[in-house]
Design a protein around this ligand. Structure first.
Ligand code: 3H9
Length: 706
């Protein structure tokens, strides 16, 4: 047997074990090894049945995703070894039992379903998550799954890609038995038992009595499609997965798997799949920091403090207590503290209402908060997260007060979204322990955490912060200390261009609709209303001195500010609001037109394409500078920031990958054109120019730089 797959026998049962850490992906050699094991078992008369099990922490997490890129780039030919193995398993004359622990995902579940029986431990999960990679199950999963659990459940699992627990899988008919105690022992016992049966092993592809009622299936699928249209807006794979699953009830197995293969291929070669796979690996890449290893010491984080119980402070507190870390919540006075606690309670109450939590869960979490108005209460915490109003003097004052009471090895983190971490650190006697932890609003929901490295931040503090991000169920991205860091620094040009095109003739709702259709979670002007026109105004005051005299700046946002139209919170901004519903406002349109006319801005027909190019290429051009300056470690770090913090469509791979896929020569050409027509703001980033002229990509730049 190969090193990847081992073979042993136990009381007349062959045990085939996959050993391909960390997740037993079906890398080259694994399917072959399993096939050899099956053959050996079949040719040994003393063997009555077979158990297929994963070594280490899991069963099989699916096809080796790294191989997909090799196939689509032409480096490797597609192989049918895996498909052949699945037929070999299913057609094996001796019963095969898949023994599942950890996860059986994608090709892992497809392997298990080609076996005759499946047993699983209670805390394991199964699923077809392929759509999250922009593909559909491509190894007959769309045909075998509905034969086990029915069309509507299979369609849901394949279209949403979420895992289900082993217990649910058992109820749905996917898993035959939950094994208590030792999995291998239980699986061997089960395999011995089924070997005594007179009937031949059950083949999943021959099961035909579980599809469900056509009418009920159709209704369920329609509902699913409506949900998908919202949840996976713009994505191809989920609807294709449903189409493939629906075939199971109407098309003979062998014909249906040919169609499944065609759809799989269509999806695999799409830009969407490339984008989503980029984000899958990117999410893991960002946790790897050059110079920081597993051996870098970490500080223990058992207890935290949050200073400031406003919207951000409250959300940060919820992130900590949701992860089971107690928080000392500090405010300036009892009234503010009570308000903050009440806001947290209300947020949890909404989750209870939606059935996501129980009252008991809420009480348990609230019990983890120790409210205080006294800095002295922060003396025993391991980390303090400051979330007070954005202003340098205030932040420095707060940091010096925290520094005076916090224990010597406590980490002091600032939730600043723009300010200089080094200057904040200078207010303390422990700059090595000061770092930025920039959460995104709502902090208890948004997955991104920008971890801002000050010039003195120690490796230990950075490593602890990266680990902590995972504990808080966030994706931590290490960024450099520059104004706005990565996310907000790029967001400035994006928002600026969204406003410039308005002044040049686009309409508010047109700009937002175009960007929404591009795939953004919200249009830029709706975001600006959500974040607060006043917040944007305050940031503009901070950077005013950096803008050369006479330079064009957006004019209307300041006017909205002066009119007290701060956005959603005041019921009016770029839109007027009825509840959370944004309604286009003719007053704003008139204001834009008058302002532009008075400023002598020439109007033209702004096309949808121009809106995309002006806004997205503004992001990209700034991203190129950030990359060149080393403020982001790799271009994928920028992509992750934008996907998880700013609602950039994951299926486009983030802004930098999007630019790579358009072609940097084309992007550069447009940036140069905008520079000629718009001037100053569009000066091409040197890195963009260099890569465009040398035929490079941002992705490659990463590789050569590290
Ligand atoms: C498929 O199966 C298609 C078929 O239908 C048809 C084929 C014809 N391949 O996430 P972690 C790496 S598509 C290669 O940190 P966790 C991962 O990059 C596949 N590598 O661990 C990381 O590497 P590194 C369908 C993989 O415990 C390391 O393993 N399956 C794969 O937090 C540890 O991963 C999926 O989509 C893979 N399949 O979570 C499942 N999976 O250490 C994708 C992981 O160098 N995987 N790696 O950074 C997952 O969802 C999670 O990894 C899992 C473990 C839940 C399994």
């Amino acid at each position: 047997m190969s090193e990847l797959v081992s073979y042993e026998t136990r009381d007349g049962v062959a045990v085939i074990t996959i050993n391909n850490p960390p997740v037993n992906a079906l890398s080259p050699g694994v399917p072959e090894g399993i096939g050899d094991g099956v053959q050996q078992a079949v040719s040994d008369d003393t063997i009555k049945s077979i158990v297929l099990i994963g070594g280490g922490r899991t069963f099989i997490a699916g096809a080796d995703i790294k191989e997909f890129g090799k196939v689509t780039s032409g480096e490797k030919k597609p192989s049918d070894v895996f498909h052949l193995l699945l037929f070999q398993l299913e057609d094996c004359p001796k019963p095969i039992v898949a023994a599942i622990h950890g996860t059986a995902l994608g090709g892992g579940l497809e392997t298990a379903m080609a076996c005759h029986y499946r047993v699983a431990v209670e805390n394991s999960h199964v699923g077809q998550p392929e759509v999250k990679l922009g593909i559909i199950p491509g190894a007959m999963g769309t045909q075998r799954l509905p034969r086990l659990c029915g069309i509507s459940k299979a369609a849901e699992m394949c279209a949403k890609g979420d895992m289900v627990t082993a217990r649910d899988a058992c109820d749905f008919g996917i898993v035959d038995k939950i094994v208590e105690g030792d999995l291998l022992e239980g699986a061997v016992a089960f395999a011995s038992e089924v070997a005594t049966s007179d009937t031949p092993p059950r083949k999943t592809r021959e099961i035909s009595d579980r599809f469900g009622q056509p009418q009920a299936n159709q209704a369920a699928v329609e509902k699913l499609k409506a949900g998908i249209a919202k949840r996976a807006r713009g994505q191809i794979a989920p609807l294709k997965a449903i189409e493939a699953v629906e075939m199971a009830a109407t098309t003979p197995f062998m014909d249906a798997i040919k169609k499944e293969a065609d759809i799989f291929k269509e999806c695999l070669y799409s830009d969407q799949s490339k984008g989503l796979i980029h984000i899958f690996f990117g999410e893991r890449t960002v946790s790897k920091i050059p110079g920081i290893s597993k051996e870098t010491p970490r500080r223990a984080i058992e207890k935290a403090a949050v200073v400031g119980a406003g919207t951000m402070g409250g959300g940060i507190t919820m992130s900590y207590i949701n992860a089971g870390i107690p928080v000392c919540l500090k405010e300036v006075n009892q009234e503010q503290l009570d308000k903050g606690l009440e806001r947290i309670r209300q947020n949890y109450a909404a989750s209870v209402k939606r059935g996501r939590m129980t009252e008991d869960d809420v009480e348990q979490r609230m019990a983890l908060i120790t409210p205080t108005v006294d800095y002295a209460s922060l003396a025993d915490v391991d980390i303090v997260v400051e979330a007070v109003f954005e202003g340098m003097e205030l932040k420095k004052k707060v940091f010096s007060e925290i520094d005076a009471v916090a224990k010597p090895d406590a980490i002091l983190a600032s939730n600043t979204s723009t300010l200089n971490i080094d200057e904040i650190a200078s207010a303390t006697k422990r700059p090595e322990s000061v770092i930025g932890h920039h959460f995104f609003s709502p902090a208890n929901v948004m997955k991104l955490l920008e971890i801002v490295r000050g010039k003195a931040s120690s490796d230990e503090v950075i490593a602890t912060s990266m680990d902590l991000a995972k504990r808080l169920r966030k994706v931590g991205v290490l960024v450099g200390n520059c104004f706005g860091f990565v996310g907000n620094r790029m967001f400035g040009p994006y928002l600026r261009e969204a406003q410039f095109v308005l002044e040049e003739g686009a309409r508010v709702e047109q700009v937002d609709q175009v960007m929404y259709d591009f795939g953004m979670a919200m249009g830029p002007l709706a975001v600006s209303d959500l974040a607060g026109i006043d917040v944007g105004w305050r940031i503009r005051q901070e950077i005013k001195h950096l803008i050369p005299e006479g330079m064009r700046t957006p004019l209307v946002a300041d006017k909205l500010y002066e009119m007290d139209r701060y956005g959603q919170k005041t019921g009016a901004g770029w839109y007027k609001y009825e509840g959370r519903d944004a309604i286009p406002d003719s007053t704003v349109q008139e204001l834009i037109e008058t302002t532009a006319r008075e400023a002598g801005i020439e109007k033209h027909d702004v096309s949808d394409q121009e809106i995309i190019e002006r806004t997205v290429y503004a992001l990209v051009n700034e991203g190129a500078r950030i990359l060149e300056e080393g403020m982001a470690l790799r271009s994928v770090d920028i992509d992750i920031v934008y996907v998880y913090g700013y609602g950039f469509p994951a299926w486009r791979g983030g802004p930098m990958m999007y630019a790579d896929s358009v072609g940097l020569d084309k992007v550069y050409e447009r940036v140069r054109h905008f520079h000629e027509t718009q001037g100053f703001w569009w000066e091409p980033a040197p890195l963009l120019k260099e890569l465009a002229e040398s035929g490079g990509t941002f992705g490659q730049f990463v590789q050569s730089a590290n």
